[in-house]
Write a protein that binds this ligand. Structure first.
Ligand SMILES: Nc1ncnc2c1ncn2[C@@H]1O[C@H](COP(=O)(O)OP(=O)(O)OP(=O)(O)O)[C@@H](O)[C@H]1O
Ligand SMILES: [Mg+2]
Length: 384
């Protein structure tokens, strides 16, 4: 009798324990489910062979795939370099470790996604490894920012070197320029030169002068870029500056059929800014527009300069119907020395200098372009 009642008590105790384990299990499952459903990170689990058996909802956000799309595929398939990721997972399983590493994955859409992956061994009750669990945090943005910072740093360094070189070259160029003037005088005074020799020598001296002028131009542009030139702000009529810019470039369009239209808001457009620097910006942009139209063939070439006043902002747009800028070059046009012009024609300093000037004046320089249709550069500056 007694043993019966103790047996029933034991049974009740086991049943209670079982119930509490069930509740615990249920809670743990709900807890895990909640993490898998709501984590913005990608959490995955693989079997011992690295084949995906679980893939959290965050996977859709991070890599564009749902569990159904990747279930049964090796996780390494999703990495940019499947072989090395597979060997990392295999290594982790052999050594039974937890590692954190940066892995480049490929998004369903094709682009690279950088993740910081924490990889852990998954073991069964007997302590045998049955797979891996990985938590992947998307660090693409940080990575991009880091790369941008390195790029800015590199550009600043290039700028400093370029300024140093420009400074060093300035003096010898000035000497060559002076010497060529002196040589021209010697040639003019020289007696006993045959007309052919004289003509040839004069031609050579003219070339030397023109090329030294070009060198000086480049070094001055470079130095102007690096030096934060003092702003000379005063009130002036921006429409006048734009008309002067077009006048200055008249010779460039003289033998072409390019039409330059000015579509301005009514009346003068007073601004308080640096007229000389702004003229430099407009000359650069309009010259680029002329080159783009000429490069396209120049037929029915048209450049339109528009002005607009929006509250306290002034907008100047320069639109051309040239060939446009291909998408793969669009990121580069503001880089120092980026040019698609033949050697001797462009230095690739125009737009970076313009951007620098406009920013120093508290504005922004932007562009819109369509290949085969044309490009519009827009300068936005504060009116005051
Ligand atoms: N309106 C435009 N249409 C098409 N491409 C353009 C236009 N403006 C600029 N670009 C492209 O951007 C590049 C860089 O322009 P940027 O003014 O900085 O240098 P550049 O004109 O080549 O040389 P530089 O101005 O120093 O003589 C050009 O070589 C050209 O490829
Ligand atoms: Mg230019």
């Amino acid at each position: 009798m007694e043993s019966n009642s103790s047996l029933s008590a034991d049974l009740k105790k086991v049943a209670r324990e079982l119930q509490s384990h069930k509740i615990e299990l249920h809670q743990t499952r709900a807890y895990l489910q909640c993490i898998l459903q709501n984590s913005t990170e990608l959490i995955f689990a693989t079997d011992a062979e690295g084949v995906l058996v679980s893939f959290s909802k965050g996977g859709v956000k991070v890599l564009g795939y749902s569990l159904e799309e990747v279930f049964g595929r090796p996780i390494s398939d999703l990495a940019e370099d499947p072989e090395s990721f597979a060997s990392v997972i295999a290594g982790c399983q052999q050594e039974g470790c937890a590692v954190a590493l940066d892995v480049a994955f490929r998004h369903k859409g094709g682009e690279a996604v950088y993740c910081n992956v924490s990889l852990m061994d998954l073991t069964n009750r007997e302590g045998q490894r049955v797979g891996s669990v990985g938590i992947c945090q998307d660090i693409t943005r940080q990575k991009k920012l880091q790369e941008d910072l390195i790029q800015v740093d590199r550009l600043a360094e290039i700028g400093r070197i370029a300024a140093g070189v420009a400074h060093e070259i300035n003096n010898p160029v000035a000497v060559i320029n002076e010497a060529s003037g002196w040589a021209a005088e010697v040639i003019a005074d020289a007696k006993g030169l045959s007309p052919d020799d004289r003509e040839e020598l004069e031609g050579v001296v003219t070339k030397i002068k023109a090329q030294t002028l070009r060198c000086r131009n480049i070094t001055h542009k470079l130095l102007g870029f690096v030096r934060d030139s003092d702003l000379a702000k005063k009130e002036f009529d921006l429409h006048e500056t734009l008309k002067e810019t077009v006048d200055l470039l008249k010779s460039e369009v003289k033998y072409t059929s390019i039409e330059i239209d000015m579509n301005f808001v009514e009346g003068p457009l007073p601004v308080v800014s640096d007229a000389r620097l702004l003229e430099q910006v407009f000359v650069n942009i309009v010259a680029n527009a002329i080159h783009a139209v000429v490069a396209k063939g120049g037929e029915n070439g048209r450049i339109e300069i528009r002005t607009l006043k929006r509250d306290s902002q002034i907008e100047v747009s320069i639109e051309d119907n040239g060939g446009g800028i291909p998408e793969e070059h669009q990121d580069k046009v503001f880089e120092l020395f980026y040019t698609t012009k033949p050697p001797g024609k462009g230095t690739g300093l125009g737009l970076p200098i313009c951007q620098n000037i406009v920013r120093n004046l508290g504005g922004e320089l932007s562009f819109e372009t369509t290949v085969g249709v044309g490009t519009t550069f827009t300068v936005q500056i504060p009116a005051q």
